[in-house]
Design a protein around this ligand. Structure first.
Ligand code: GLY
Length: 390
């Protein structure tokens, strides 16, 4: 049974695992990632909205502070990755328009506007006519909206490619296989055993497996992360030259209680998302999911039916009990978490990389990440929440 060792072993090569590995390697740690397909995961499906303000929810003020800290780091983060790898990331500082289609949506948006205002965030209320002046493809029935110039977007697939390249340049080793079991010796995490039975030893292990993070065998119950999969179906369309610019910014709404958003990329792709379904590990694209997304998107922007539909796909968000991530050291020495990012994985990528690098170096989380310690969940709650369908 061959044993390979590193200072830091990251279990999971999605964007969160990759940014953690990259930042760890930059700090001088000999770092490895174990994942059968580095660069896969939820980021391949995600729309990539950097929507700290438009995705604000009641009761999530603490998460807002982390979201804003990460949003603020994005420009430098993108510049650093692009300089290093020569790869563009599709970062568009295009802003977002959240619109209302009926009186209920309008009341909901007014509430959101008041909450944003109380939270010291910039957003501007627009009439329906002003919304359509900004985005002429909007339906005539739009009743008003919120203009948020600070909520941008990035292309998560390009971000992932750049993170893989940055990791390779920083000397991160990739083990392209499944981690089957955490190994624990003398009351600390010591590495993992792979599907092939290889032992990958490490001084510190970071569990960054997205929605799968609660399923690694060998992790003691009292530190197992309480994450669950929350399915999101997403469509990709293409805007032909003759329709460009179809939309100039992200447009979103809550239609009959469901979020729908349209994210126009600089390369002519239009991403439409997303369903939110608690169906365990199911990633089937369903006729119902596609229908609902197209129906709601069509109510917002009727011209969408003219566009070629190029891709339908479903992914799994790693949901946590309070919708916030679990970051940093656990009660098992040598085991850290970087998971549970739920709807904000792309947005939280820069701040997660920084927080984990700090935690790996010092044993402590930096101030902005302290509220997100995994230790905030009581054991009973964790055990109840990790029970997943087989
Ligand atoms: N943040 C968008 C989503 O999770 O659908």
């Amino acid at each position: 049974m061959p044993t390979r060792t590193s200072d830091v072993l990251v279990v999971g090569g999605g964007i969160i695992g990759l940014v953690t590995a990259w930042r760890a390697a930059q700090r001088g740690f000999a770092t490895a990632v174990v994942d059968p397909e580095p660069g896969g995961g939820a980021a391949q499906v995600a729309a990539g909205m950097l929507a700290a303000v438009t995705e604000l929810h009641y009761g999530e003020q603490t998460l807002l502070a982390l979201n804003l800290a990460s949003a603020q780091r994005y420009p430098d983060f993108v510049a650093e990755l692009t300089d290093l790898t020569g790869l563009g990331l599709g970062h568009r500082r295009c802003g977002t328009l959240a619109v209302a289609l009926d009186a209920d949506d309008r009341a909901h948006l007014r509430e959101l506007h008041a909450l944003q205002h109380r939270s010291g965030l910039d957003s501007e209320w627009l009439s329906g006519r002003e919304c359509r002046r900004l985005e002429p493809m909007l339906a005539p029935g739009v009743r008003g909206g919120l203009r948020v110039d600070g909520d941008h977007q990035i292309d998560p697939r390009r971000l992932t490619r750049a993170l893989v390249a940055a990791c390779e340049r920083a000397g991160v080793a990739f083990h392209r296989t499944w981690a089957e079991r955490l190994t624990v010796g003398q009351d600390r995490a010591t590495g993992v055993v792979t599907r092939e039975g290889d032992v990958l030893g490490a001084d510190q292990v970071v569990l960054a497996g997205g929605s799968l993070s609660g399923r690694l065998a060998g992790v003691p119950d009292d530190v197992l992360p309480p994450v669950r999969p929350v399915k999101g179906q997403v469509l990709r369309l293409t805007v032909p030259e003759r329709y460009a610019p179809f939309l100039s910014r992200t447009v979103r709404a809550v239609v009959r209680g469901s979020h729908v958003y349209l994210v126009p990329r600089e390369n002519g792709e239009l991403v439409v998302g997303a369903t939110s379904e608690e169906l365990g590990w199911d990633t089937t694209v369903t006729a119902g999911g596609v229908y609902e997304l197209l129906r709601d998107a069509h109510e917002l922007v009727p011209g969408i039916t003219e566009l070629p539909l190029t891709e339908t796909r479903a992914g799994l968000r790693p949901g946590s009990p309070d919708n916030a991530p679990l970051l940093g050291p656990t009660d098992l020495p040598g085991l850290l978490l970087a998971t549970g990012h739920y709807r904000n994985g792309v947005l939280l990528t820069p701040v997660t990389g920084d927080a984990l690098a700090h935690a790996l170096s010092t044993g402590e989380l930096p101030d902005e990440a302290r509220p997100f310690t995994p230790k905030r969940f009581a054991r009973a709650e964790r055990t109840a929440l990790v029970e997943q369908p087989a």
